[in-house]
Design a protein around this ligand. Structure first.
Ligand SMILES: [Zn+2]
Length: 131
């Protein structure tokens, strides 16, 4: 207890009979004026605060770990979506290329609606820098 109080930076009252700290040099003679009870309360208060902070710290650690797991999950999802997107772009490129080829060979066989849709797809791929 006394060790803890000293660690908190408390010092004695400076009296000859001080129970807490032997006085160095000039000292009084009226009896120790330290208040162990008050100090004890202060230590308990600090202990309470430390416990509270430890609980808060554990909660923050939990939250941090949860966020980390969510982040990993999200990154996996992004990777999946990127792969899916790459497959779709590849398929779209193939459709555009096949349509170009069909136009060269058969021209008017393709309906206006079909060629418009393919042209829109080609424009999209171009705007995305894919072709
Ligand atoms: Zn004292």
């Amino acid at each position: 207890m006394i060790k803890e109080l000293r660690e908190l930076g408390l010092s004695g009252c400076g009296d000859n009979s001080c129970f807490f700290e032997k006085s160095k040099g000039m000292s009084t003679n009226g009896g120790c004026r330290c208040r162990p009870h008050t100090w004890h309360m202060a230590v308990n208060k600090y202990r309470g605060e430390i416990n509270r902070l430890e609980v808060e710290n554990a909660d923050l650690k939990d939250a941090w770990n949860k966020q980390g797991r969510a982040l990993i999950k999200r990154k996996r999802k992004i990777t999946e979506l990127e792969a899916e997107n790459a497959a779709l772009v590849k398929a779209a490129k193939a459709v555009v290329a096949a349509t170009d080829e069909a136009r060269k060979q058969y021209g008017s066989v393709l309906s206006f609606r079909a060629t418009t849709a393919i042209d829109n797809l080609a424009a999209l791929l171009q705007s995305e820098g894919e072709i």
